[in-house]
Design a binder for this molecule. Structure first.
Ligand code: ASP
Length: 323
């Protein structure tokens, strides 16, 4: 009798301890997005595999860096530069057309360890705006350079430059020509990463919205709106209607909900994406310093994927994992 009571207490104690134990955190983790919006299964039938491959190869770039002990900042910069070079995404090479038929590119990056950040808006000849944003962060005492000032800073940094026509692509030209009817808004790229030292970083790069007015700047280069990183809470990158992300301070608000309301990544992201933004506005990727990730959107799909040191590797567009 006495023994069985002892055994029960022991068993309960064991169960409490083993169930209460937090799951092992991954050493490193990486989440990416390639834009959210109306992603029609029919329209994507032919190019679905290309998007899946593009997302997989971007994840592989980050994976290599993080698994070798590289920093989350290096991973974010390299992943986004690779996505900028891929014409499928609305960033770098595949940037959309503005109202006047030109391209104006925006990007930002942020370090979760110390709130260091850098951004550029409205660049027209910089091949990889995310790399310029990183240099703004590390080689200037400022946070955000716009248009001519950003180009002048790119001169000073001897960045890789291209003729503005480099950003012309047939697919984006067609959607510009049809843009009043065109519901497609996807393509911006974003990345959040956690490295083996426990540091978070976030970055976002975009060509903005098709048909945007000259000089319009969206949320992607605005720290706190489209991008945020703080080791104490999370790293965030958003995609969607930039004006709404700015109005609601989306990225920082998610971190605030974690910091001040004690929410986890998923709850915080869902509260903002489903409770504050409107249906169709876009989505976010979020990662905390324990490697917990959320990929939440209120559009019909979001190009996205994640990988971590515990072997997880997946790419999704709609609800199901892509093969
Ligand atoms: N958020 C971007 C912007 O408004 C566009 C997008 O994510 O598709 O510039």
């Amino acid at each position: 009798m006495h023994f069985s009571r002892f055994a029960t207490v022991f068993l309960l104690l064991f169960l409490t301890l083993s169930c209460g134990e937090a799951p092992q955190s991954p050493e490193w983790a990486l989440v990416i997005h390639g834009g959210a919006g109306v992603i029609s299964r029919d329209q994507l039938a032919e190019s679905r595999q290309e998007y899946v491959d593009g997302l997989r190869s971007a994840l592989a770039t980050g994976q290599r860096i993080l698994a070798a002990g590289g920093t989350s900042l290096d991973a974010v910069e390299s992943v986004l530069a690779a996505m900028e070079d891929n014409p499928l995404f609305n960033a770098g090479k595949g940037a959309v057309y503005n109202w006047d038929g030109g391209h104006e590119l925006d990007a930002s990056i942020m370090n979760g360890a110390d709130h260091a950040c850098g951004a550029v808006a409205g660049v027209t000849t910089v091949k990889n705006p995310i790399r310029l944003a990183r240099l703004v962060m590390e080689r200037s005492r400022h946070v955000l350079f716009g248009a001519d000032g950003a180009e002048a800073f790119a001169d000073a940094m001897e960045m890789d430059r291209v003729d503005p026509t480099y950003f012309d692509t047939e697919r984006r030209r067609e959607s510009w020509e049809n843009f009043r009817e065109d519901q497609e808004k996807h393509g911006t790229v974003g990345c959040v990463a956690l490295d083996v030292s426990g540091n978070l970083a976030a970055g976002t790069s975009t060509g903005g919205l098709t048909g945007k007015r000259f000089g319009r700047v969206g949320d992607s280069p605005i720290i706190g709106a489209g991008t945020w990183a703080d080791n104490r809470t999370c790293a965030v990158s958003g995609t969607g209607v930039g004006e709404e992300f700015i109005r609601h301070g989306v990225a920082q608000r998610i971190a605030d909900l974690m910091e001040y309301a004690g929410l986890g990544v998923t709850e915080a992201a869902e509260k903002v994406v489903h409770g504050i933004l409107q249906e169709g506005d876009g989505g976010v990727i979020v990662l905390d310093a324990k490697g917990n990730a959320a990929m939440v959107y209120n559009t019909n799909g979001m190009f996205r994927g994640r990988a971590s040191s515990d072997g997880l590797l997946e790419v999704l567009i709609w609800d199901e994992v892509e093969e």
